[in-house]
Design a protein around this ligand. Structure first.
Ligand SMILES: NC(=O)c1ccc[n+]([C@@H]2O[C@H](COP(=O)([O-])OP(=O)(O)OC[C@H]3O[C@@H](n4cnc5c(N)ncnc54)[C@H](OP(=O)(O)O)[C@@H]3O)[C@@H](O)[C@H]2O)c1
Length: 274
């Protein structure tokens, strides 16, 4: 079992790389620049939007951990079939569990799920809640002071630790998870001000959350990303079209361990905020 991990320098892909290494499994990390990798993981250089740049690296690969939203995914999947790859674990999204999938974020995840299903490869879809690593979006504010402006302050979210996504992905590659759609949550739902308090404890700083109004949140989102994505996020958390508050036991069921907490993530990553 050799797994090619896409997005290997990111929060989710990096966690899959770590979980593979922790399990003593060999892997290949698709990267665009030289990076340090754990033992047993070798780099593959290529562009996820250009599947021909890493087609040769699929030889001997049995599984691919795939991110959604990149160009020419059908070509990548055809290359995988030709190379004898058996399985794809796709990182999808909670947005596909909504009754309303008419938004830009659900659209690209839906397209990826459909392409993987059509490829004929064995598949497992992971539909996680928001990641604990999204806490890093407050980094610039924390460099400026101790006040943290938070969007959708009244919405509790059971954010998930990326390493739990990594552990579930490894189980999906090594166990019988063909055709499974794993909806993944963290252990507890916390409002953004509660998340700020936990981060403050880990950093040893008295952080003060500033609850942004809906109008402030709207302006902030529209200024930071293309409008279709900003609108999608407003519909998720402002209009409540997705449920990231409920907690389920999928991580425990699949991995045999409890989901990691935000305290775990903030303690392990406190150095990133200095
Ligand atoms: N964040 C959330 O709350 C959340 C929730 C549900 C689903 N998701 C999904 O999870 C995905 C990954 O999130 P993340 O936080 O892990 O993202 P991230 O930390 O930004 O990582 C993105 C990864 O993709 C790589 N990449 C980007 N463009 C590439 C290209 N053209 N060719 C090769 N590699 C490329 C990046 O490599 P470089 O280091 O070279 O840039 C990086 O390794 C999101 O895009 C989203 O679809 C996210």
């Amino acid at each position: 079992m050799t797994v090619l991990v896409t997005g290997a320098t990111g929060n989710a892909g990096g966690a899959v790389v770590q979980s593979l290494a922790d399990a003593g499994l060999p892997g290949r990390a698709l990267v665009r620049k030289e990076v340090a990798l754990p033992p047993g993981i070798e780099p593959v250089y290529g562009d996820l939007n250009q599947p021909d740049t890493f087609a040769d690296a699929l030889d001997g690969v049995s599984g691919i951990f795939l991110l959604s939203g990149y160009d020419r995914v059908e070509e990548l999947l055809a290359n995988a079939v030709r190379a004898g790859v058996r399985k794809v674990v796709l990182l999808s999204s909670s947005s596909l569990d909504s009754a309303d999938t008419s938004n830009a974020i659900a659209a690209y995840h839906q397209a990826a799920e459909e392409a993987v299903r059509a490829s004929g490869l064995e598949w497992t879809y992971l539909r996680p809640n928001s990641f604990m690593s999204n806490t890093l979006r407050w980094l610039d504010q924390l460099r400026a002071g101790n006040v943290v402006r938070v969007q959708f302050p009244e919405v509790p979210i059971s954010t998930i630790h990326p390493l739990d996504i990594g552990d579930v992905a490894v189980r999906a590659f090594t166990g019988d998870h063909a055709g499974a759609i794993h909806r993944l949550t963290g252990p507890v739902a916390l409002t953004p001000p509660e998340q700020v308090a936990i981060l403050g404890e880990a950093l040893g700083r008295p952080l003060t959350p500033y609850p942004m109004s809906r109008a402030e949140t709207h302006a902030d989102l529209q200024a930071s990303m293309p409008a279709p994505y900003a609108n999608a996020i407003e519909s998720f958390f402002g209009d409540g079209i997705i449920d990231e508050t409920s907690v389920n036991d999928t991580v425990t069921q699949v991995t045999g361990h409890k989901p990691r907490t935000l305290q775990d993530w903030t303690r392990a990553n406190a150095r990133l905020f200095s």
